[in-house]
Design a binder for this molecule. Structure first.
Ligand code: ADP
Ligand code: TZD
Ligand code: MG
Length: 594
């Protein structure tokens, strides 16, 4: 297939001029920077751009669309960026976010940083102003040295100045985003580049179809053996699956490894569903028992960052905040720098997860011993007790509705629709959903990630719907929703099968705070009884208020049946939440009070 579209060189007539000899002259066909960017992306299988038009990239969005690339236009670049980042996670192709210069670029930058921090492959492509003027700081339209600003938050950052370098620029960006530990890449395309004219045949030869963009990285056999020896020696082993394991798409082998080992496992938030949360080895409901109790822990695509209390302290059975709990760790990760970042890693296994997991499986042989029965029964006992306790809480039907009674409905809906993608952000709205709503399939839960960031919601919804075609269900805190709420217009415009449920407790964490001086609303409190559903109605979607679990149930069922953009305003008791959800202890003020 010819990937380089051609157009007559500027100034040439439609009909080729006759030469003096009467034959047809072969006028060189010209292409330009715009077209080369499009051709380079298409050549590398990139079929979707998330962005927002304006100088100098408006024509790029038009021409990309005309050329068959899907161009999803957002209302704010941050949301387009989050969409691109999660498209990267879901598809293993870099998600592309396209923005204008300075302010558009800065709006996209948060998402670029988010992609890097979460190890999602993404490329932020921003148009930029004239280099000569920017570098002399002469005050160009939207002047900014974007490359310099992107560098600290990107895995890599490049600028292309000449049309014949577009192929290399895109190829380097794709390799940087996908290879090794994935991340966010910045690609700077100055306005002048787009209009550059270049001979089409010459240009075509400059394009690069990237071969093997994420090369396998095979773990060393001795590292695999060391890890298996340690795991075999354990009396109380535990496996922790992180979102790197979900990203890697080695689902069958990961399931086989867990089942063959017989070891209890904990899925991190976005690893839920790699195996069904109802799996008998799933220890989620016994988290605070298995973390301090385990003697050997195998991490697969999970970092020992704050989400795992840095692998030490009271969570892990340590005597005080920084004390080691005594666990030995195996860490399977593609980054050789990850081991020892927080505590000693006794058996690092460095490589890509598919290669590592298959090597581990092979090394386990056919008669791998199950962990000691006392450990397994202790974990099961704890889990069953906690599940029973939770079932009691979920069965209650208080008025007004609280997080538990609302999420009991969501839990059943997700169980009945295991292919739906669950987007989740908020504080209590996040923590309760994560622990109450079971996931059944890999990569079905996408959320606030490593930073606990608010604002990913509607961008994630759009990208999840577009890349998978599946129904999307978003469980949103009312505060969380506000960060990207305007994108309900985008969801309506593209008619995406998204059902947004707002857990509306009138504020950040809860809606009951008051200003002690009596002057203003408290900083955590919003307009009481806000009618968020009208926002969806404004753009032709369906809006519903649900004050009871049965109203919530029928509204969600109807949304899924109709696949219409729907926003359900679930009215939650404003007293129901707790400060910062489960991470109250990270508040300096709260710590002082103790
Ligand atoms: P979680 O938040 O779920 O605990 P993290 O984002 O902390 O997960 O960790 C993900 C880890 O997975 C990172 O250290 C990253 O290097 C690793 N990773 C990502 N993709 C792969 C892969 N294909 N193979 C191996 N490791 C990977
Ligand atoms: N800004 C950004 C970008 N990310 C953040 N995490 C915060 C601010 C601080 N923050 C949280 O950590 S959770 C949260 C904020 C503002 C909102 C919690 O309120 P909610 O959820 O309505 O979304 P609940 O259910 O009321 O707890
Ligand atoms: Mg709230």
């Amino acid at each position: 297939m010819d990937h380089v579209a051609t157009k007559p060189a500027a100034g040439t007539a439609d009909a080729a001029p006759k030469s003096a000899a009467g034959g047809i002259d072969h006028q060189p066909q010209e292409t330009d920077g715009f077209q080369l960017v499009i051709d380079a992306l298409k050549l590398n299988g990139i079929d979707t751009i998330y962005g927002l038009p304006g100088i100098p990239i408006t024509d790029l969005t038009r021409r990309a669309q005309a050329d068959g690339i899907r161009v999803l236009s957002f209302r704010h670049e941050q949301n387009a960026g989050y969409a691109a980042s999660i498209a990267g996670f879901l598809t293993q192709k870099p998600g592309i976010c396209l923005t204008v210069s300075a302010p558009g670029f800065l709006n996209g930058l948060n998402a670029l940083a988010h992609a890097t921090v979460n190890c999602f492959p993404m490329i932020l492509i921003s148009g930029s102003s004239e280099r000569e003027i920017v570098d002399l700081q002469q005050g160009d339209y939207e002047e900014m040295d974007q490359l310099a600003i992107a560098k600290p938050v990107a895995k890599a950052a490049y600028r292309v100045l000449h049309a014949d370098d577009v192929g290399v620029g895109i190829a380097r960006a794709i390799r940087a985003a996908l290879s090794g530990r994935p991340g966010g890449v910045y690609l700077d395309l100055p306005a002048k580049l787009f209009a550059q004219s270049i001979d089409a045949e010459t240009a075509k030869k400059t394009l690069i179809k990237v071969v093997d963009p994420a090369p396998a990285q095979i773990p060393a056999p001795e590292a695999v053996k060391r890890a298996l020896d340690l795991l075999k020696s354990a009396k109380k082993p535990l496996i922790i699956l992180g979102k790197g394991a979900a990203y890697a798409q080695a689902d069958a082998d990961i399931k086989a490894l867990i089942e063959k080992s017989g070891v209890p496992y904990l899925p991190m938030s976005m690893a839920k569903g790699l195996l069904p949360d109802t799996h008998e080895q799933c220890a989620s409901a016994a988290r605070s028992f298995v973390l301090p109790g385990a003697d050997v822990v195998m991490l697969i695509g999970a970092r020992l960052n704050w989400l795992l209390s840095h692998g030490k302290g009271k969570t892990w059975g340590g005597k005080s905040a920084k004390d080691w709990g005594g666990q030995k760790f195996v860490q399977v990760d593609i980054s050789p720098l990850e081991a020892d970042s927080n505590v000693r890693i006794d058996a690092p296994v460095v490589g890509d997860i598919p290669s590592c997991v298959s090597a581990l499986l092979a090394g386990m042989g056919t008669n791998w011993p199950k962990p000691p029965a006392e450990w397994l029964s202790a974990v099961a006992e704890k889990r069953n007790a906690n599940v029973a306790k939770m079932a009691e809480t979920l069965a209650k039907n208080p008025s007004p509705m609280n997080f538990h009674s609302a999420l009991n409905v969501v839990r059943d809906i997700v169980k009945a629709n295991p292919d739906a993608i669950l987007v989740n952000e908020g504080a209590n709205a996040l923590d309760f959903t994560r622990s109450i709503v079971d996931m059944y399939k890999p990569r079905k839960r996408i959320d606030v990630g490593t930073w606990g960031i608010m604002g990913v919601g509607m961008g994630y919804c759009a990208a999840a719907a577009v890349t998978t075609g599946q129904q999307v269900i978003a469980i949103e805190g009312d505060s969380a929703f506000g960060f990207s709420g305007m994108e309900v217009e985008t969801i309506c415009r593209y008619n995406l099968p998204v059902c947004v449920v707002i857990m509306n407790n009138n504020g950040v964490y809860k809606g009951t705070d008051v200003d002690p001086t009596g002057r203003d609303p408290a900083p955590t409190v919003f307009v009481k009884g806000a009618r968020y559903e009208k926002l969806m109605e404004a753009f032709g979607g369906v809006g519903v208020v649900a004050a009871t679990p049965s109203e919530l149930k029928s509204a969600m069922e109807e949304a899924i049946r109709s696949r219409k953009p729907t926003l359900i305003n679930a009215v939650i008791d404003e007293k129901a939440g707790t400060e910062s959800g489960r991470i109250t202890s990270l508040n300096p003020a709260a710590a002082k009070k103790k």
